[in-house]
Write a protein that binds this ligand. Structure first.
Ligand code: ADP
Ligand code: ZN
Length: 216
Protein backbone atom coordinates (compact mmCIF):
# COMPACT_ATOMS: atom_id res chain seq x y z
CA UNK A 1 0.00 0.00 0.00
CA UNK A 2 2.76 2.48 0.93
CA UNK A 3 6.43 2.62 -0.05
CA UNK A 4 7.36 4.96 2.79
CA UNK A 5 6.17 3.45 6.06
CA UNK A 6 8.03 4.99 9.01
CA UNK A 7 6.28 8.28 9.36
CA UNK A 8 5.70 11.35 11.45
CA UNK A 9 2.42 13.22 11.05
CA UNK A 10 3.06 16.90 11.73
CA UNK A 11 0.57 19.75 11.82
CA UNK A 12 -1.17 22.28 13.99
CA UNK A 13 -3.84 21.21 16.45
CA UNK A 14 -6.91 20.17 14.49
CA UNK A 15 -5.00 19.64 11.23
CA UNK A 16 -6.37 16.10 10.96
CA UNK A 17 -3.46 13.97 12.19
CA UNK A 18 -5.73 11.71 14.24
CA UNK A 19 -8.33 11.26 11.52
CA UNK A 20 -5.66 10.48 8.92
CA UNK A 21 -3.96 8.04 11.29
CA UNK A 22 -7.19 6.09 11.63
CA UNK A 23 -7.59 5.95 7.84
CA UNK A 24 -3.99 4.82 7.36
CA UNK A 25 -4.34 2.14 10.01
CA UNK A 26 -7.35 0.79 8.16
CA UNK A 27 -5.37 0.67 4.93
CA UNK A 28 -2.25 -1.04 6.31
CA UNK A 29 -0.98 -2.50 9.61
CA UNK A 30 0.70 0.60 11.02
CA UNK A 31 1.95 0.81 14.56
CA UNK A 32 0.24 4.02 15.68
CA UNK A 33 1.48 6.16 18.54
CA UNK A 34 -0.51 9.26 19.49
CA UNK A 35 1.04 11.11 22.42
CA UNK A 36 -2.25 12.97 22.93
CA UNK A 37 -4.15 9.67 23.24
CA UNK A 38 -1.46 8.21 25.53
CA UNK A 39 -1.60 11.28 27.77
CA UNK A 40 -5.41 11.25 27.90
CA UNK A 41 -5.24 7.57 28.91
CA UNK A 42 -2.93 8.51 31.80
CA UNK A 43 -5.32 11.27 32.87
CA UNK A 44 -8.28 8.88 32.72
CA UNK A 45 -6.41 6.26 34.75
CA UNK A 46 -5.57 8.90 37.35
CA UNK A 47 -1.82 8.12 37.37
CA UNK A 48 0.78 10.49 38.82
CA UNK A 49 1.86 11.37 35.27
CA UNK A 50 -1.77 11.98 34.32
CA UNK A 51 -2.25 14.36 37.23
CA UNK A 52 0.82 16.35 36.22
CA UNK A 53 -0.22 16.43 32.57
CA UNK A 54 -3.90 17.37 33.02
CA UNK A 55 -3.48 21.05 33.97
CA UNK A 56 -0.91 21.64 31.22
CA UNK A 57 -3.11 19.97 28.61
CA UNK A 58 -6.24 21.84 29.62
CA UNK A 59 -4.50 25.18 29.27
CA UNK A 60 -3.02 24.17 25.91
CA UNK A 61 0.61 24.01 27.05
CA UNK A 62 3.01 21.20 26.17
CA UNK A 63 3.84 18.43 28.62
CA UNK A 64 7.62 18.45 29.39
CA UNK A 65 9.83 16.76 26.76
CA UNK A 66 11.35 14.20 29.15
CA UNK A 67 7.92 12.88 30.16
CA UNK A 68 6.62 12.54 26.63
CA UNK A 69 9.90 11.13 25.29
CA UNK A 70 9.92 8.41 27.98
CA UNK A 71 6.32 7.55 27.17
CA UNK A 72 7.08 7.24 23.45
CA UNK A 73 10.17 5.13 24.11
CA UNK A 74 8.04 2.71 26.14
CA UNK A 75 5.40 2.59 23.43
CA UNK A 76 8.02 1.96 20.74
CA UNK A 77 9.25 -1.07 22.68
CA UNK A 78 5.81 -2.65 22.27
CA UNK A 79 6.17 -2.36 18.51
CA UNK A 80 5.24 -5.74 17.06
CA UNK A 81 3.98 -4.76 13.67
CA UNK A 82 6.98 -4.54 11.43
CA UNK A 83 5.12 -2.90 8.56
CA UNK A 84 5.31 0.72 9.55
CA UNK A 85 5.13 3.32 12.27
CA UNK A 86 2.86 6.34 12.56
CA UNK A 87 3.90 8.98 15.05
CA UNK A 88 0.95 11.29 15.55
CA UNK A 89 1.55 14.42 17.63
CA UNK A 90 5.17 13.55 18.35
CA UNK A 91 7.68 15.15 18.11
CA UNK A 92 6.39 18.65 18.87
CA UNK A 93 9.66 20.39 19.75
CA UNK A 94 13.14 20.25 18.22
CA UNK A 95 14.40 18.69 21.45
CA UNK A 96 11.80 15.91 21.12
CA UNK A 97 12.91 15.38 17.51
CA UNK A 98 16.50 14.88 18.66
CA UNK A 99 15.42 12.45 21.39
CA UNK A 100 13.34 10.56 18.84
CA UNK A 101 16.27 10.31 16.44
CA UNK A 102 18.28 8.58 19.16
CA UNK A 103 15.45 6.19 20.05
CA UNK A 104 14.84 5.25 16.41
CA UNK A 105 18.53 4.67 15.74
CA UNK A 106 18.60 2.28 18.70
CA UNK A 107 15.57 0.47 17.27
CA UNK A 108 16.94 0.37 13.75
CA UNK A 109 13.82 2.01 12.39
CA UNK A 110 14.86 5.22 10.59
CA UNK A 111 12.24 7.73 9.43
CA UNK A 112 11.07 7.58 5.82
CA UNK A 113 9.03 10.78 5.73
CA UNK A 114 7.40 13.56 7.71
CA UNK A 115 3.95 14.47 6.45
CA UNK A 116 3.08 18.07 7.26
CA UNK A 117 -0.60 19.05 7.07
CA UNK A 118 -0.65 22.73 6.22
CA UNK A 119 -3.53 25.02 7.25
CA UNK A 120 -4.07 28.57 8.43
CA UNK A 121 -5.12 29.41 11.98
CA UNK A 122 -8.74 30.28 11.15
CA UNK A 123 -9.26 26.89 9.55
CA UNK A 124 -7.72 25.08 12.53
CA UNK A 125 -9.66 27.11 15.08
CA UNK A 126 -12.96 26.29 13.37
CA UNK A 127 -12.05 22.62 13.28
CA UNK A 128 -10.96 22.48 16.91
CA UNK A 129 -13.99 24.14 18.40
CA UNK A 130 -16.36 21.83 16.48
CA UNK A 131 -14.41 18.63 17.16
CA UNK A 132 -15.96 15.87 19.27
CA UNK A 133 -14.58 12.41 19.98
CA UNK A 134 -15.26 8.97 21.44
CA UNK A 135 -14.23 8.51 25.04
CA UNK A 136 -13.68 4.80 24.53
CA UNK A 137 -11.90 4.29 21.17
CA UNK A 138 -10.73 7.88 20.49
CA UNK A 139 -12.41 8.08 17.09
CA UNK A 140 -12.70 11.71 16.00
CA UNK A 141 -15.90 13.35 14.74
CA UNK A 142 -17.03 16.86 13.89
CA UNK A 143 -20.27 18.38 15.10
CA UNK A 144 -21.07 19.91 11.70
CA UNK A 145 -19.73 17.76 8.90
CA UNK A 146 -18.81 14.40 10.45
CA UNK A 147 -21.29 13.73 13.24
CA UNK A 148 -21.94 10.22 14.59
CA UNK A 149 -25.07 8.54 13.19
CA UNK A 150 -26.72 8.35 16.61
CA UNK A 151 -26.36 11.56 18.60
CA UNK A 152 -23.83 11.16 21.43
CA UNK A 153 -22.78 7.59 20.59
CA UNK A 154 -19.75 6.32 18.67
CA UNK A 155 -20.53 4.57 15.33
CA UNK A 156 -17.73 2.07 15.90
CA UNK A 157 -17.95 1.09 19.55
CA UNK A 158 -21.05 2.74 21.05
CA UNK A 159 -18.82 4.75 23.42
CA UNK A 160 -19.78 8.17 24.75
CA UNK A 161 -19.06 11.17 22.51
CA UNK A 162 -17.60 14.21 24.27
CA UNK A 163 -15.81 17.49 23.65
CA UNK A 164 -12.26 17.65 24.95
CA UNK A 165 -11.64 20.20 27.72
CA UNK A 166 -8.83 21.68 25.66
CA UNK A 167 -11.03 22.24 22.61
CA UNK A 168 -12.64 25.29 24.18
CA UNK A 169 -11.87 28.45 22.20
CA UNK A 170 -9.45 29.90 24.77
CA UNK A 171 -7.43 26.73 25.01
CA UNK A 172 -7.52 26.15 21.25
CA UNK A 173 -6.09 29.64 20.65
CA UNK A 174 -3.34 28.94 23.11
CA UNK A 175 -2.48 25.64 21.43
CA UNK A 176 -2.14 27.43 18.10
CA UNK A 177 0.26 29.89 19.70
CA UNK A 178 2.26 27.04 21.21
CA UNK A 179 2.31 25.33 17.81
CA UNK A 180 3.79 28.41 16.13
CA UNK A 181 6.38 28.95 18.85
CA UNK A 182 7.52 25.41 19.56
CA UNK A 183 6.46 23.03 16.79
CA UNK A 184 6.76 25.13 13.63
CA UNK A 185 10.60 25.01 13.74
CA UNK A 186 10.30 21.28 13.02
CA UNK A 187 9.09 22.07 9.51
CA UNK A 188 12.50 23.46 8.53
CA UNK A 189 14.26 20.85 10.65
CA UNK A 190 12.77 18.04 8.56
CA UNK A 191 12.87 20.00 5.31
CA UNK A 192 16.63 20.27 5.74
CA UNK A 193 16.82 16.52 6.17
CA UNK A 194 14.90 16.04 2.91
CA UNK A 195 12.07 14.24 4.71
CA UNK A 196 9.25 16.77 4.51
CA UNK A 197 6.10 16.17 2.45
CA UNK A 198 3.65 19.07 2.59
CA UNK A 199 -0.06 18.46 2.08
CA UNK A 200 -2.78 21.10 2.35
CA UNK A 201 -5.55 20.34 4.86
CA UNK A 202 -9.01 19.76 3.53
CA UNK A 203 -11.68 17.13 3.08
CA UNK A 204 -10.53 13.82 4.61
CA UNK A 205 -10.86 11.53 1.57
CA UNK A 206 -8.99 13.97 -0.62
CA UNK A 207 -6.23 14.46 1.94
CA UNK A 208 -5.92 10.71 2.33
CA UNK A 209 -5.63 10.23 -1.45
CA UNK A 210 -2.84 12.80 -1.57
CA UNK A 211 -1.01 11.16 1.31
CA UNK A 212 -1.18 7.76 -0.42
CA UNK A 213 0.19 9.30 -3.62
CA UNK A 214 2.97 11.11 -1.80
CA UNK A 215 4.11 8.01 0.09
CA UNK A 216 4.47 5.89 -3.03
P1 ADP B 1 -4.29 17.93 18.82
O1 ADP B 1 -5.19 16.85 18.32
O2 ADP B 1 -5.01 19.17 19.12
O3 ADP B 1 -3.08 18.14 17.99
P2 ADP B 1 -3.19 16.16 20.85
O4 ADP B 1 -4.26 15.21 21.20
O5 ADP B 1 -2.13 15.69 19.93
O6 ADP B 1 -3.84 17.49 20.28
O7 ADP B 1 -2.51 16.72 22.19
C1 ADP B 1 -3.28 17.24 23.26
C2 ADP B 1 -2.38 17.83 24.31
O8 ADP B 1 -1.52 16.81 24.83
C3 ADP B 1 -1.43 18.92 23.83
O9 ADP B 1 -2.04 20.19 23.81
C4 ADP B 1 -0.31 18.82 24.86
O10 ADP B 1 -0.67 19.43 26.08
C5 ADP B 1 -0.22 17.33 25.09
N1 ADP B 1 0.76 16.70 24.16
C6 ADP B 1 0.46 15.82 23.16
N2 ADP B 1 1.58 15.46 22.49
C7 ADP B 1 2.60 16.13 23.07
C8 ADP B 1 4.00 16.20 22.83
N3 ADP B 1 4.59 15.51 21.83
N4 ADP B 1 4.74 17.00 23.66
C9 ADP B 1 4.17 17.68 24.65
N5 ADP B 1 2.87 17.68 24.93
C10 ADP B 1 2.07 16.91 24.16
ZN1 ZN C 1 -15.69 4.62 19.86
Amino acid sequence: MFKKTNLILLGGPGAGKGTLSAMMEEAAPFFHISTGDLLRAEVKAGTELGKQAKALMDSGKLVPDEIVAAMVKDALKKDEKKYGMLLDGYPRTVNQALLLEEALTELGRPLDAVVYFQADDDFLLRRLTSRIMCRKCNRIYNRFNMAPKVDGLCDDCGGEIYQRDDDSEASARNRLKVFHEQTQPLIDFYKNKGLLIEIPCGERDQVFAEVVKALN
